[in-house]
Design a protein around this ligand. Sequence first.
Ligand code: PLP
Length: 360
Amino acid sequence: MNHTSRHTQAVIDLNALVNNYQYIDSLASNSNTIAVIKADAYGHDANKVALALSSEVNSFAVGFIDEALTLRSAGIKNEILILEGAFNQTDLEIARVNNFTLMIHSDYQLQWLKSTAAEFSGDIWLKVDTGMNRLGFPVEQVDSIISQLSEEQRSKLVLCSHFSTAEQIKNTKPLAQLVALKTLVSKHHCKFSMANSAGILNWPESHGDHTRLGLALYGVSPIGDSPITQALIPVMTLQANIIAIHNIDVGETVGYGDIWQAQRQTIIATVAIGYADGYPRNAKTGTPVFINGEVAALVGRVSMDMITVDITDLDNAKIGDTVELWGKNINIDIVAQYSESINYELLTRVSKRVPKVISG
Ligand SMILES: *Cc1c(COP(=O)(O)O)cnc(C)c1O
């Protein structure tokens, strides 16, 4: 898409990104803060995000090798950790050639490692299941898994695990998970990585050798409003323009299904963004949007390409005006609440047809 007729776009503030990275990194200053940029950097454009951070960070992390190859093609030279590791034996050779660091979470991956001639210069990351029950070796198997590594591999060992409830500050499970991992770490005198964003913010004792910073890097809080997240700046502003304005009478309805009916003379603005752009179809009447310094409410059902907004009480909203759906003025958490979703899902679902535009 070279011609842009619509102004619907996700504006990406790379200064905010670098600010957030430096801030979170300063909270875990003894750890290597790995920037997690899987899923196209949570919808922010992984290549642009990686290029902006490449001189700031040592390491990036992505889900699988395809995502890492895209980064190498864009000229990224940093270490790249592959969080789900190899999906097939060929991935090991690709990882060796491109200098990717593979997570080993299952026995079949360990067998591939043992049967390959490939030598990896990077660390050997072993995933331990301390209670997420999604990926990783059970705690009681870890000794025997480690015994299958060569001495050279053992010297580069990083034991890794993942919190299931790190955002819940009153929950006792995060510390139990951490203790389970740290027990293995002391026994094997190796490095470790436990903390995701919520772990970094809520559980300083989990920082370890490497943290894995995802959501908070993008200026969005995994733990809700908190003094420690005040310094984060939202990186993405999702915006679109008003393309029509209608005056409607009491009793008239707006949009599909006639689910919203005017209780007063109402001015409705039609905005050029819909669920095909990743704006959640579930967003209920009342979901806030931001227009010219004022907040207005979504009314009626979200369409594929458009939403409708009640601008009756706004001083000066006109055709062509920019509407912020989320960003620095509309907290994405509020939109998530109104649409029964979460900030992570909203960010990663911004669709391909929305251009990611660098601000400034
Ligand atoms: C996605 C992911 C992260 C980052 O999590 P955030 O909550 O976004 O900080 C960390 N570790 C693993 C294994 C992940 O898959």
